[in-house]
Design a protein around this ligand. Structure first.
Ligand SMILES: *[C@@H]1O[C@H](CO)[C@@H](O)[C@H](O)[C@H]1NC(C)=O
Ligand SMILES: *[C@@H]1O[C@H](CO)[C@@H](O)[C@H](O)[C@H]1NC(C)=O
Ligand SMILES: *[C@@H]1O[C@H](CO)[C@@H](O)[C@H](O)[C@H]1NC(C)=O
Length: 357
């Protein structure tokens, strides 16, 4: 690790830290004001100047580059001294153009959110699939700063497109077997850099949906003694996706290729197309750790939120020491046949744009 900090320092010195606003408070205040006056402050792109100026983009790029290298070394695909760094100024210039991602705040939690999940980074349990080290940065787009005190919740279907913790017609064989597992579900706090990290798998596809991961961002929630969280507010309900060509390669690997459910591609998934509206990009940036997908993946995404926003997603179940139990009064109970929220359809406008019935 000595090596990394040396490279880190050298990279900073080589490019000079002139962009750092710390030396000129007036400029920082003016920038701040200009940002606050900006009529459209929601997306990460709108925070580009602040995030680049404060050095955050640079730090995060260097941190993520080092993390990927660390994973490569650990898996035997690189030597500690091998790290070839990308020009950071190039990364800063591109930030927001194709790197930054914000998510559609109106995305749905879907019928399979199980509340009460554990705070843990590795959510694999015994699930198999394309093991993915996921690095999520959360940015407060109302203040253009990393969010350092949130909990990021993550859940996804397993490699053959079945959710744990729930029982529903269409979820696998519809039996109760999945209820007893909390695999591929968990929460992580963001810390100094606004980062939450998970180890999970690329989710499988299931009827009607392209492969996706769900996320919810909690603010002000309290960590309980049994490693769950309680209370607080939810600013953001979103979904992460995988680029279609890469997804095609994942689907060719075991056990994805044993999934008999019909495939829906990104382009044909109304929720994916909704999430891409307004300049948002909910697609994970994925790197191979080794030579093949089976060697593992490193995925990153930046999520812009307004911590004061209040979304009201509804869980179908609650995770308990005895497995998933119905959440009292949930509008998803009975999905897909008899629930209050059954028959979700994308808004008319979206259906018109994408030609969905
Ligand atoms: C934040 O990022 C910096 C720069 O990459 C790193 O040195 C530091 O360890 C990170 N802090 C946390 C809490 O992850
Ligand atoms: C996904 O979950 C179902 C239900 O528990 C299970 O039958 C299946 O084997 C799992 N898929 C994988 C790839 O483990
Ligand atoms: C954790 O504790 C809370 C509060 O006592 C309780 O409601 C919840 O069921 C517990 N969760 C688990 C998984 O034990």
């Amino acid at each position: 690790m000595v090596h990394f900090s040396q490279v880190f320092a050298a990279a900073l010195l080589a490019t000079e830290v002139v962009a750092h606003p710390g030396s000129n408070t007036n400029k920082e205040i003016l920038r701040r004001q200009a940002h606050l006056d900006h009529p459209e402050r929601r997306s990460v792109v709108s925070c580009k100047r602040d995030l680049v100026g404060s050095g955050w983009v640079r730090e995060q790029h260097i941190r993520r580059e080092a993390r990927l290298h660390e994973l490569r070394v650990a898996a035997g695909f690189a030597k500690p001294g091998d790290l070839v760094r990308r020009d950071v100024s190039e990364v800063e210039a591109e930030y927001g153009a194709n790197a930054a991602c914000t998510l559609d705040p109106e995305s749905t939690e879907g019928p399979y959110w199980v509340t009460g999940e554990l705070v843990r980074s590795d959510v694999l349990n015994t699930e198999k699939g394309a093991i993915t080290h996921l690095d999520i940065n959360v940015i407060d787009t109302s203040g253009c700063k990393p969010v350092t005190d949130a909990f990021v919740e993550l859940w996804g279907s397993n490699a053959t497109g079945v959710y744990t913790g729930v029982q529903a017609r269409g979820n696998g064989d519809g039996s109760a077997t999945s209820l007893v597992s909390n695999a591929l579900r968990g929460l992580q706090p963001t810390a100094a850099n606004g980062t939450a990290t998970f180890i999970t798998v690329i989710p499988g596809h299931y009827v009607g949906r392209t492969n996706h991961l769900h996320t919810i961002i909690h603010h002000g929630a309290k960590l309980l003694a049994n490693n769950t969280v309680q209370g607080g507010t939810i600013s953001h309900v979103g979904q992460f996706y995988v680029e279609q060509n890469f997804l095609g390669e994942v689907e060719k690997t075991v056990p994805y290729n044993t999934n008999k459910q019909a495939i829906t591609k990104n382009a044909n998934d109304p929720l994916f197309n909704m999430a891409k509206q307004g300049g948002d990009d909910p697609v994970l940036k994925i790197s191979l750790i080794g030579k093949t997908i089976e060697d593992g993946l490193y995925a990153t995404i930046d999520v812009g939120v307004n911590p004061k926003a209040k979304q009201n997603p509804q869980p179908v179940n609650m995770w308990t020491a005895q497995g998933g139990k119905p959440f009292p009064g949930s509008p998803w109970t009975g999905y897909p046949d008899t629930c209050k929220y059954c028959g979700f359809r994308p808004p008319k406008k979206v259906r018109e744009i994408f030609g969905f019935a």
